[in-house]
Design a protein around this ligand. Structure first.
Ligand code: ADP
Length: 460
């Protein structure tokens, strides 16, 4: 039996545990069971599905600390952040439970004395849900819970970097008598995920890299099934000259350096008006240097390690390329030396040119390139100078300008000043190579359904 080893990237890659890699036979067996169960699950009504999931929600709440600590051990994410994330994801489950009935209620589109027309939201069938490592529990919540509530059965594959969080989720899910085949998990790397999507499934729900997302989209095209894809991002943040500088520094810091810079929706390119450039860079440098990078299990730590050695190697290569092409290191710019693991110092870089990898590739780590602009048009052009289109941030005190610029940026979300788009009711997803379809909110539930129109005579 082949094993998947889970190691701790923050403790010199020490052994955390192991799980058996799913065999081809097991994958086929689980997809077959999911297909058998889909008519049973479809026949349950939404209220019944909510009742099935409520005790699971309670157990996730009761075991939140366990989930957070295991996440930190497998990914190197600072424990304080893991805890905050787990709480946030529990809020999401609550929202899904509270809002699914509203989202998927029949909708009357037309009615007169003779006939009535309605839209009915029906499940699609068996969903393959495949997730990355940066929010092991969160990605499960976003992908699996709404699918189950919408009436789809799920075969779930968590990232190979965090299989033990996957095992814990599987244990909790199996404690509550869900009907057989409704939910199952498989374990392994990309090859296991690839086999899953090549089996008889009806829907792909994927979060991960654009490269894998494009492969899955191509396959979905051949199979002619739907794929909901949440992929990479390189979010720009524009700071106009009238922004309230004191108020924006902590948000810029959080949006770039949270989870050691490893989120798709992170701020990855900072675009500052020339007149306030030096002031913002200086204040951001001070903010960064006031933070503590180190052992993620210490609750005082702000920034833990990267999730894997391969991420460290990738990041080092991106920074080296920038420095070779003339970038100036304002702070950081190197791995952390006094501790073994995938650590990299939070880094600020100026003198950025567009040929640098750091500008045109997604940077999944604590490194922020900063560039200046003169005119609004230039700022918009820099912001849109990316293959991605997940999110954007604008700092200005001019409301008309904020809306004008927001309308010209090609991205799925735009935050103006100190707001956050991260409310459960807001759909999330990207333009361009950041994805396809939306998750969360009413729109997110409807993505998971077939939409059927029924028109009928009024029976008397
Ligand atoms: P990342 O390296 O950022 O995690 P990936 O896209 O490589 O991004 O991986 C995200 C998830 O997709 C993981 O669970 C991974 O195992 C899975 N995966 C990677 N390649 C494939 C593939 N070809 N088919 C299906 N799943 C894949």
């Amino acid at each position: 039996m082949k094993k998947l080893i889970s190691s701790n990237p923050a403790k010199d890659y020490e052994f955390v545990g192991e799980v058996a890699i799913s065999t081809d036979e097991e994958i086929i067996e689980k997809v077959t069971a999911a297909n058998k169960a889909k008519s049973v699950w479809k026949e349950t009504n939404i209220k019944e599905r909510i009742e099935f999931l409520k005790p699971i929600f309670e157990e996730f709440k009761a075991r939140a600390d366990e989930i957070s600590l295991l996440t930190t051990k497998e990914t190197g994410i600072a424990l304080s952040e893991s805890q905050a994330n787990t709480s946030g994801h529990l809020v999401k489950i609550k929202w899904f439970l509270d809002n699914v009935e509203l989202a998927l209620a029949d909708e009357i589109t037309s009615e007169d004395d003779k006939s009535i027309h309605k839209i009915i939201y029906e499940p699609i069938g068996t969903a393959a849900v495949i997730t990355p490592w940066n929010h092991p529990f969160g990605m499960f919540v976003w992908g699996v819970i709404p699918n189950l509530l919408a009436g789809n059965t799920v075969v779930f594959k968590i990232s190979e970097e965090c299989p033990l969080v996957g095992k814990l989720i599987e244990e909790i899910m199996s404690n509550h008598n869900l009907p057989t085949g409704i939910f199952s998990e498989i374990y392994g790397a990309g090859d296991v995920g690839w086999q899953l999507v090549n089996e008889k499934i009806d829907l792909i729900w994927f979060t991960g890299s654009t490269k894998t997302g494009q492969q899955l989209y191509k396959l979905a095209g051949e199979k002619f099934i739907k794929a909901i894809l949440e992929l990479g991002g390189s979010n720009p943040c524009i700071v106009f000259e009238d922004a309230d500088i004191e108020k924006i520094i902590s948000k810029i810091y959080i949006k770039r350096f949270k989870l050691c810079g490893q989120t798709c929706d992170a701020l990855k390119r900072l675009i500052i008006h020339r007149s306030v450039f030096n002031e913002v860079v200086e204040k951001l440098k001070n903010e960064i240097e006031s933070k503590k990078t180190g052992d993620p299990e210490n609750l005082e730590t702000n920034i833990g390690s990267l999730a894997a050695q391969r991420q460290l190697t990738l990041l080092e290569g991106q920074v080296r390329d920038a420095v070779d092409k003339g970038a100036k290191i304002i702070t950081g710019g190197a791995p952390l030396n006094n501790i073994n693991g995938a650590y990299y110092l939070p880094t600020l870089l100026t003198n950025i040119s567009k040929d640098m990898r750091i500008w045109h590739e997604e940077v999944f780590g604590p490194v922020l390139p900063v560039i200046s602009f003169e005119t609004e048009e230039e700022a918009i052009s820099l912001a849109n100078d990316t293959i991605y289109g997940l999110g954007a941030i604008i700092f200005t005190n001019d409301a008309a300008r904020a809306m004008r610029v927001a309308s010209k940026i090609a991205s799925g979300t735009v935050e103006i000043n100190n707001t956050t788009h991260w409310l459960s009711c807001n759909p999330f997803g990207g333009y361009k190579k950041s994805g396809m379809g939306r998750e969360h909110g009413i729109a997110g539930f409807r993505e998971l359904c077939q939409l059927k129109v029924v028109s009928m005579d009024k029976f008397r």
